[in-house]
Write a protein that binds this ligand. Structure first.
Ligand code: ADE
Length: 966
């Protein structure tokens, strides 16, 4: 922007000559249109020749100017407009200048020769013609460059040579680049160079509260324009750019770093009270970890882990839990497991001490990233309390007392082994027969024995185990000429004993045949005669005489044939310990024998929790005299029953009363001597497993689900060992307690089926829960532990699909037909391959090939010990059965609408159609992502649709389906 000199030193003019007299420049004042006075200098000596009239300015200080500009505004009459002036009249005037260091003294004579001529000035236009033909005098503006000027000041002079001029204004100025703010830097007033081709480089200074990034620079051009901005400044922390300055952040806002960013609002749970905040301080009770950036919310330590449960097997304790409900707002959760072992009381106080160092934790006790830990080397017969705490990056900054989940575990071992010397009775190339004596006296009756064995060479890398009720066993499936290590323990009502010493025995080699040691067998017989059943004696008799050798081999072979992959041991069948109450002539006798009569005054009914076939099911408490009340569920028999109903009602109690296992619902007792008749059982806070899972869809870890499955399999091991066949094993008949422990319930054989809404009549007239029942049980009522194993596979599927209905909406008839044709339920979404394979194993058509429940337990334990094995999931969208014989016979749908109706997902018809999924081909190619994208957001619905699409694909592959019609 140009700067005008006149503002600093006002111009004044001096009339210098009258030559020839009387012509000269006259200072006059006239009024403009708005009646404002205009001062001007005029001269108009057009009639006289040889005019030379001079007008000179005062001395003008040069200041910083190197080149000066003079702007003249004037009128100039053309000579034609003045009559009689030809020859003397002129239409130009001249501009001169003179540089000096000082103004001339007042009396200095004016010497035109000292002045340098700048230019001859002519008017662009003298007159303008109006529409009416009048001529109007026009104002001209002319600008001339003067210089370069170098002295301290100069004079300007105008020479009139006979024109008619009015000089209205003279502006004298030089150009400069004015001070400016650019890129948060201030640049000073700068005068350009005279040489118009070179620029002046100017460095800027950062404005207040800004700091330099690259040196800020501008270049001042000859015309007074700033050019080529380089470098910049940025606002310092706590300040933001507003206009061209850096302003302080307001309270509640902050800026941590210098830069072009704006102040940010304080993240959640933090605040800044002053201006120019560079950080927001955490509110009380909230913290930032050392490595947390200041931009994230302040956080707090997590709440306690939830649903802490403990599974225990022979060698390890498994603690699993769910993440805390409040993670404190952080993702860096880890868990610490602490341990207390309490060894009795002293002065009435429990004596407990830390025990982490005595135990082995896998992966480790502290800083665990997953929600489970395996604990080894625990002492038998001890009480441990485990505390699990969730910690995050700010736990150390927060409260001193952290919330903990805890669980107390009794390792419940029933003392020493109770097993004496173990002998080898005989060995073949792949089996060894062992027997042993029980230690006398026995503190508790031995329920059965657990035999653990492994190849000596393998150093216990992997081991197998088997159970037997008798003090002898034949272990089969062994390698020829191999030394095996055996150790045994017994199980009493108090739990397992410790293991016996180790005994080493080898199998025979392939050529030697069976190497029976008849002397040893005799010892066994002698020891057994007193205490064992006739069956055993007869069997052993046959063994001794050798007459049975062929029979035993044949039996082993047929048992081998029905072995699953986990099964490599055959025990001699045990004595059936479950007694069918129907075998009692008088059913009250069975009730009397197997149940405890409870005084109704001990029962406090609090609420109704459901309705059973015989009457209400209530929740309440059982007073136990002294100790805390036991929460119980109370099944009532409603009034007006007939004797048959009473018998059926109490039948379940007579069965349940025979069981004592942590994974089988416990009978507390019955009320039969007063009304109403009641069955009192332990209370299971979370109700039935199917509805519990539906309610908590997707909320458990695979390990927790496996924990539930293990508990069910463990309960079923117990029941099948007792010789009890459930016949209605289904998630609806499993109850879940507060600690998420699952227990098998609903006993009563024919009665449960009457009661079960899922049981349907078969063609032979029986009532059967078709979807859960093995084909041979449906076809010819062949119920067995193997058919229970089939049902267990269905329960696994229900668990892994969070309570989905097996075979969805297929009719019972279609289920039967598709099973017959080889179709099996596909893996639920997110199901580990290993678990689906176990399901398929349970669904072997040949019942002899299904796994035993104890094998299922061992298998699930192995998976739990090696959680990596659960990471491989079945990829739903790509898993097809290998051959068309595996294809389902599934209803054929004629439109997308029909299909969605059939799986009760009609509400998504428009979503499918709007997204262009209108043909079978397009639907069958859909991925889970597609299903989510079209708006199916509920995980249960996604799962149902995915599973059904999978079935549709199978049909498409097998050519059963021709496509949809929209
Ligand atoms: N519903 C049926 N039996 C139950 C039990 N034992 N606990 C809780 N709810 C039940």
């Amino acid at each position: 922007m140009p700067c005008i000199f006149g503002t600093l030193s006002p111009l004044r003019f001096i009339v210098l000559f009258r030559d020839p007299s009387p012509a000269e420049w006259d200072a006059t004042t006239e009024m403009d249109e708005q009646n404002r006075p205009i001062h001007m200098f005029q001269v108009c000596n057009v009639m006289e020749p040889n005019q030379n009239n001079w007008l000179r300015s005062n001395w003008i200080q040069r200041q910083a100017a190197q080149k000066v500009f003079v702007e003249l505004r004037f009128t100039l009459r053309d000579c034609n407009s003045i009559p009689w002036v030809s020859g003397t009249c002129k239409e130009t005037f001249n501009l001169f200048y003179l540089e000096t260091e000082q103004p001339h003294p007042a009396n200095t004579r004016f010497l035109p020769a000292d002045y340098a001529k700048v230019d001859t000035i002519a008017a662009d236009e003298s007159f303008t013609q109006t529409d009416l033909g009048d001529r109007i005098l026009r104002l001209n503006t002319e600008v001339r460059e003067v210089g370069p000027v170098t002295r301290r000041g100069f004079y300007l002079a105008f020479q009139d040579v006979g024109a008619c001029i009015a000089l209205v204004s003279v502006k004298v100025f030089y150009k400069r680049c004015p001070s400016t703010l650019r890129n948060l830097a201030a640049f000073p007033d700068t005068v350009p160079r005279v040489d118009s081709s070179s620029l002046v480089e100017v460095r800027g200074a950062c404005v207040e509260n800004a700091e330099e990034r690259d040196t800020p620079k501008l270049y001042c051009g000859a015309d007074g324009d700033w050019l080529v901005p380089l470098g910049h400044c940025v606002c310092s922390p706590g300040h933001e750019e507003t206009g061209a300055v850096c302003q302080a952040c307001k309270p509640g806002f902050y800026k941590a770093f210098a830069g072009n960013t704006k102040c940010s609002k304080c993240p959640p749970h933090s605040s800044s009270h002053d201006q120019a905040g560079t950080i927001c301080h955490c509110d009380k009770g909230f913290y930032r970890a050392a490595k947390d950036p200041s931009s994230i919310a302040c956080t707090h330590s997590p709440s306690a882990p939830r649903n802490l449960i403990c599974l225990i097997n022979e060698t390890a304790l498994f603690l699993t839990w769910s993440p805390p409900s409040d993670s404190g707002g952080r993702k860096d959760l880890t868990y610490n497991v602490l341990c207390h072992r309490c060894a009795g009381t002293s002065n009435g106080e429990e004596v407990c001490e830390p025990c982490e160092t005595d135990l082995r934790f896998i992966p480790r006790p502290l800083g665990i990233n997953q929600t489970s830990v395996a604990i080894l080397d625990y002492a038998k017969n001890a009480n441990y309390t485990f505390f699990v705490e969730a910690v995050n990056g700010v736990s150390d900054l927060g409260q001193v007392l952290r919330p903990l989940a805890n669980i107390t575990v009794a390792t419940d071992q029933a003392g020493p082994s109770l097993v004496g010397v173990v002998r080898k009775d005989w060995a073949s190339d792949n089996s060894i027969a062992l027997s042993w004596l029980e230690v006398e006296p026995q503190p508790n009756a031995i329920l059965d024995y657990d035999i653990k064995y492994y190849e000596k060479e393998q150093e216990q890398l992997s081991y197998s185990s088997t159970r037997t009720k008798n003090p002898n066993v034949i272990v089969t499936g062994l390698k020829p000429a191999t030394v095996y290590v055996f150790h045994l323990r017994s199980r009493t009502a108090a739990g397992f004993t410790t293991y016996s010493n180790k005994f080493e025995f080898s199998t025979g080699d392939e050529n030697s045949g069976m190497a029976a040691d008849q002397g040893q067998v005799l010892v066994v017989v002698t020891a057994a005669v007193g205490g064992f059943s006739l069956l055993i004696i007869v069997t052993l008799f046959f063994l001794i005489t050798g007459r049975c050798q062929g029979y035993i081999k044949a039996k082993i072979k047929s048992e081998d044939k029905r072995r699953g992959p986990f099964q490599n041991v055959v025990s001699i069948p045990g004595i059936k310990t479950y007694v069918d109450p129907d075998t009692y002539e008088d059913s009250t006798q069975a009730v009397h024998e197997f149940t405890k009569e409870i005084d109704p005054s001990r029962i406090c009914i609090e609420r109704v929790i459901g309705a059973g076939e015989f009457g209400e099911v209530c929740g309440g408490r059982l007073r136990t005299g002294g100790q805390r009340d036991t929460p119980v569920a109370i099944k009532t028999l409603k009034g007006g029953y007939v004797e048959r109903q009473r018998k059926d009602f109490l039948r379940e109690a007579s069965i349940m009363g025979q069981f004592d296992n942590p994974n089988v619902i416990r009978l507390e007792g019955v009320v039969t001597k007063s009304r109403p008749v009641m069955i009192v059982v332990e209370y299971m806070e979370n109700g039935s497993l199917d509805s519990f899972l539906r309610k908590h869809d997707g909320q458990f870890t695979v390990l927790q689900l496996v924990g539930m499955l293990r508990a069910i399999a463990s309960g079923m091991t117990y029941l099948s060992d007792m010789g009890y066949v459930h016949r209605d094993l289904a998630a609806r008949n499993i109850l879940v307690n507060e600690a998420l422990v699952c227990k098998v319930s609903d006993f009563g054989l024919s009665r449960v089926l009457e009661d079960d809404p899922d049981a349907a009549y078969t063609t032979t007239g029986g009532k059967i829960p078709i979807r859960w029942t093995a084909p041979e049980a449906i076809a010819y009522r062949k119920f067995s532990s193997a058919s229970d194993a089939w049902s267990y596979g269905i329960v696994m599927w229900e668990v892994m699909s969070y309570g989905e209905r097996p075979y969805w909406e297929m009719s019972n008839q279609d289920v039967i037909l598709s099973i017959e044709e080889g179709y099996r339920l596909p893996a639920p979404m997110g199901c580990p391959v290993a678990l689906h394979q176990l399901m398929l194993h349970c669904w072997q058509k040949e019942r002899g090939q299904r796994p035993y429940f104890n094998d299922v337990v061992s298998f699930l334990d192995k998976l739990t010990r090696n959680p990596g094995s659960l990471l491989t999931l079945v990829e739903h969208m790509h898993s097809f059965p290998e051959s068309p014989v595996d294809m389902p016979d599934y209803p054929l749908f004629i439109s997308i609408g029909d299909w969605l109706d059939s799986i009760k997902m009609s509400q998504y018809k428009n979503n499918f159609l709007a997204a262009g999924f209108t043909t079978l081909d397009s639907v069958s190619a859909m991925t889970l992502e597609d299903i989510r994208r079209i708006g199916v957001s509920l995980i249960g619905h996604q799962r149902r649709i995915v599973s059904s699409i999978q079935t549709l694909r199978l049909q498409l592959l097998s050519g059963q389906h021709n496509g949809f019609h929209v």
